[in-house]
Design a protein around this ligand. Sequence first.
Ligand SMILES: Cc1cc2nc3c(=O)[nH]c(=O)nc-3n(C[C@H](O)[C@H](O)[C@H](O)COP(=O)(O)O)c2cc1C
Length: 393
Amino acid sequence: MSRLDRCYNIADLREQALRRLPKGVFQYIDRGAEDEVALADNRQVFRNLKLRTRFMVDLTDRDMGIDLFGKRSELPMAIAPTGIAGLSWYQGELALARAAAAKGIPFTLATGSITSMERVAKEAGGRLWFQLYMWKEEELSYQLVGRARDAGFEALIVTIDGALGNNREYNKRNGFSIPFSISAQSLTDMTIHPRWLVGVIFRYLATTGMPRHENYPPQYAHRITRGTGPGSPMRHHAMTWADIEKMRKFWPGKLIIKGILRAEDAVRAVECGADAVVVSNHGGRALDSAAPTLEILPEVVAAVGDKTTVILDSGVRRGSDMVKALALGAKAVLTGRATLYGIGTAGQPGAEKAIAILKTEFEKTMAYVGCRRVSELSRDIFSPKSLKQLLGE
Ligand SMILES: Cc1cc2nc3c(=O)[nH]c(=O)nc-3n(C[C@H](O)[C@H](O)[C@H](O)COP(=O)(O)O)c2cc1C
């Protein structure tokens, strides 16, 4: 029985990824900001919301797919942008993109990925979205987005929740930072994980050399051991809605704004011409006191749900989480860690397994609440008490 065969849920994939990856890489993926309150709260709110079953419904004719931006997605789900996924698996971004294509869902390539967007577009197939962190030098953002347009990416996700960066103290303790420093600690961490060292780092060294941020503009696309120089080259701290309005004029495809945690920001995003918003607290990796996304989702749906596509992420680990988010008005969810644990365990087949697990759980939960298709979901599936608690009524 392979390691993957022994994984029955996302927690099992996480466990396997923990064994294969160096501590620094695993914790970079797995953990949250500061005291990890937001990380835990994201999960807790999903847990607190209870479902009422409905049986005696003929479930023979079921369909878990949706129409997302005019095209079919086999599940109401897309893979979230995650920087340096290529450190979990050799060309991990390609593994994720191919898994998404095989399972019929979109994949988002992060600005901070190791594999170039042109290569992903050429080799992965499927529906591709590109995520942008804006750069201090404005023209660099446009260069990057121009590359994504020319490579045929369908959608652009602009992430707006960077602010002044994050506090992830364990990364510093683990010596896991960019530039990636080779210290006694990180060397030990790597050498006691030989499967990863040989399968990822040695393989890069034998082919393309030390991994680089391939999508960074040339002046910043150094090896991860060198980094981009002092300070962040990104312009998180000075972004405004004017930047989004301008980007809207430039980008011809679907525009998605990620990092929304209040209705008025969702309204602004729609006014700027966004085709979708992602209610996200960055998976609990940014502001540790951030509200759980499921708690904020109803106010965003009430404000813009009839005008735009509302997507949710942060904390999705079970198919039932997807059902809950959709019944509250989300059109789809993004998964960050769930699919990263998949590639961290076994590359593309691991990510496919993560998607398959979520799909099976989703379909089973849908059946328990008597829904054959996503359009049949409503708040009626929730226990009134737990729904009231969530809505603060
Ligand atoms: C390792 C890692 C790297 C991430 N990198 C990015 C990134 O580069 N850009 C971005 O917009 N979000 C990034 N995120 C956040 C995800 O896009 C997403 O919002 C989050 O992972 C969702 O929560 P989940 O992991 O609980 O599914 C990252 C998340 C993880 C776990």
